[in-house]
Design a binder for this molecule. Structure first.
Ligand SMILES: [Zn+2]
Ligand SMILES: [Zn+2]
Length: 307
């Protein structure tokens, strides 16, 4: 098992390339893998490695003045959770896609936090509030907060196009959430700029909510962007909300169609995976063998090259 870190911080970075190089060298030295994005607006990363390496990484990163007080979310995962290390400079650490239209949201407008205990209390007391999932559809499909509204999007930057769906809630108490909190910093600012008067964002996202409250009222599993694919959240009243997209049985298990031309992400039980030979549909089924052979040949070539 390795330790996995998830973190972000919005902070002004004057020289992203220099920070990128330092971060890359640090990760290499500690044999950490994962993905780190750096922009002039801050840092956003998820990396994994041995407990000792992760500890050193946190200490070293926090010693940069820019990254003081960064909030770490720590979990465990299998050794192969990350295939490689990528540290890149981007224009933004989270893209809401408004910058190009010269119409970017101002982080100064971000909503006040709501703490996990407070959100739990809203549920427990049956308060009148609207809970909005700022993540992508495939993330919400496998797990989301009870009664949460989510959007039919594959990438965060498409969210503003679907804002119509919630336009009637401008005067209501609106709580937004995402995995670790980063998307809500921008999304909550955007909502407030669009005239939503009473917005709060869940501090630390689902991840921290699970740690602090035990995850009550989160239904299904939390999608994560590493080899684990999804992790449990709710240790109080868990349930499964997703169904096999082939036979309809309740299951929380993602698979990618093995027809590489399709590669569709779908929820699939083990039986159907066997029955369909890893394909998502009858159309894809005959093409699976071809792609499997190609993958094997490619792997063989790689082996020969490295020998
Ligand atoms: Zn099935
Ligand atoms: Zn397919």
């Amino acid at each position: 098992m390795i330790k996995i870190l998830l973190y972000y911080k919005y902070t002004k970075i004057d020289n992203p390339q220099e920070i990128r190089d330092k971060q890359y060298d640090l990760c290499k030295k500690l044999n950490l893998k994962g993905r780190i994005l750096i922009a002039s607006e801050g840092i956003n990363g998820t990396v994994g490695g041995s407990p000792d390496a992760v500890e050193k990484y946190m200490r070293e990163t926090e010693s940069y003045p820019e990254f003081k007080g960064i909030e770490w979310k720590i979990s465990e995962g299998p050794d192969d959770a990350f295939p490689r290390l990528r540290v890149v400079v981007r224009e933004e650490i989270v893209t809401l896609g408004l910058k190009r239209e010269n119409n970017d949201v101002s982080l100064e407008h971000k909503a006040q936090y709501i703490e996990p205990e407070e959100l739990l209390e809203l549920y427990e007391k049956g308060e009148d509030f609207v809970i909005i999932d700022a993540r992508n559809e495939y993330e919400a499909r496998i797990g989301k907060f009870k009664n949460a509204i989510y959007f039919d999007i594959d990438v965060f930057k498409d969210l503003p196009k679907q804002i119509k769906k919630i336009k009637n809630y401008k005067d209501k108490l609106v709580v937004t959430y995402c995995t670790g909190g980063i998307r809500c910093e921008k999304f909550s600012a955007y909502l407030r700029e669009q005239g939503f008067k009473n917005v709060r964002q869940l501090h630390g996202g689902i991840h921290r909510y699970s740690e602090i409250t035990g995850g009550k009222n989160f239904e299904g599993l939390m999608y994560v962007f590493d080899g684990r694919v999804h992790v449990p959240v709710n240790h109080v009243n868990p349930k499964i909300i997703s169904k096999c997209e082939i036979c309809g049985v309740e299951v929380a298990r993602y698979k990618n169609c093995e027809n590489a031309e399709c590669n569709k992400r779908f929820i699939c039980c083990e039986n159907c995976e066997k029955e369909m030979n890893g394909a998502c549909s009858n159309e894809c089924k005959p093409k699976v063998e071809y792609w499997r052979k190609r993958r094997e040949e490619k792997a063989k070539r790689k082996m020969n090259l490295s020998n």
